[in-house]
Design a protein around this ligand. Structure first.
Ligand SMILES: [Zn+2]
Length: 86
């Protein structure tokens, strides 16, 4: 089961649109990536709270953010048709 990203109503996994408000739901792939990302950030935060943080923790977060952006861009490119003559 998942929850609508807009109105919060519960719906079955894999639905593309919320049947209450019609908002398009993120794909399972995207959700999985976001969950993994959130988990990494959570672990980093825990390290910070425990005082184990290396000075480069922020830099690592920044690198992860960049990687997520790159992945999103790649995704977009794959969804586009190649131009004629490719
Ligand atoms: Zn909704």
């Amino acid at each position: 089961m998942g929850f609508c990203v807009n109105c919060g109503h519960q719906h079955h996994d894999g639905v593309r649109f919320c049947r209450f408000c019609g908002t398009q739901q993120p794909s399972e792939q995207l959700l999985a990536r976001l969950r993994a990302e959130a988990e990494q950030i959570r672990l980093l935060r825990m390290q910070m709270q425990q005082g184990n943080v290396q000075d480069n923790a922020y830099a690592r977060l920044e690198v992860m953010r960049q990687q997520a952006e790159d992945a999103a861009r790649l995704n977009n490119q794959q969804n586009q048709n190649y131009p004629p003559g490719w």
